[in-house]
Design a protein around this ligand. Structure first.
Ligand code: FPP
Length: 241
């Protein structure tokens, strides 16, 4: 049993391509298998009472992949949304998408808006999907909105605080990620939630995303439970608090 549970888990689901390659399958087969893992992790989060799960589905940089892989991925997202939304809704999951959605295929944009609308009042797990998302994009769009307010005379530059920036950053209405998990062996943030991860505990595993199962998730949660989060304070201050 894990006693200290993260409220918000953010994941980079890496290793689909290598999983497929190891089986002499096309890369998209790895992404398809990845969808199965998404299903399992969503279920596990719901069952444990984790409040927010944020998944990096497609980064701003993923457009650099071969055209065919990008279009197959978009088709996979469309199909996954079409197939899963009803069951997510039935399970009280609230779906949110973050990123520059305007660059996604129109059909996908429409499905996203519909799914968000349908699930907006659900009170269980909030499932955040980052699509065409980048941490630098996020900070840039916040800066743009702040500049617009300054230009309109609604905001004085000298009153801008961290909290001001925070307001415009994606998902700042949700608790910040407590635990970051990256599968697939790389130990980088790869332009994920740069602002939001400031105090997040980082966990890396060699396991490829399609192989990541309930036991792997338990191990990650146990690692989190064993850590002391100090937020700039000393260990003694935290222990005495
Ligand atoms: C990284 O593996 C994975 C992606 C860029 C896509 C992730 C997408 C899914 C898991 C599909 C399901 C998602 C949702 C939300 C329905 P990689 O291709 O970089 O793997 P590699 O490093 O082994 O090449």
């Amino acid at each position: 049993m894990t006693e200290k549970l993260p409220c918000h888990v953010a994941i980079i689901m890496d290793g689909n391509g290598r999983w497929a390659k190891g089986r002499k399958l096309p890369r998209i087969a790895g992404h398809r298998a990845g969808v199965e893992t998404v299903r399992k992790v969503v279920r596990a989060c719901g069952a444990k009472g984790i409040k927010v799960l944020t998944l990096f589905a497609f980064s701003s940089e993923n457009w650099r992949r071969p055209k065919r892989e990008v279009s197959l991925l978009m088709e996979l997202f469309i199909r996954a949304l079409q197939q899963e939304v009803k069951s997510l809704n039935k399970n009280n999951v609230r779906l949110r998408m973050i990123g520059d959605l305007s660059a996604l295929p129109e059909k996908l944009q429409k499905l996203i808006l519909k799914a968000q609308e349908l699930t907006r009042n659900n009170t269980g797990l909030t499932l955040v999907i980052a699509a065409n998302y980048g941490g630098r994009w996020d900070i840039t769009q916040a800066a743009r909105q702040i500049a617009q307010q300054v230009a309109a005379g609604e905001l004085q530059p000298e009153t801008i605080r961290e909290e001001t920036v925070q307001q415009f950053i994606s998902i700042s209405d949700l608790p910040e990620p407590d635990l970051f998990i990256r599968t697939g062996g790389e130990q980088r943030i790869s332009n994920y939630l740069l602002w939001q991860l400031a105090y997040t505990e980082l966990y890396f595993t060699e396991t490829l995303w399609p192989d990541f199962d309930d036991t792997d998730f338990e191990v990650a949660l146990a690692s989190f439970a064993g850590r002391q989060r100090r937020f700039g304070r000393t260990g003694e201050q935290v222990e005495n608090a």
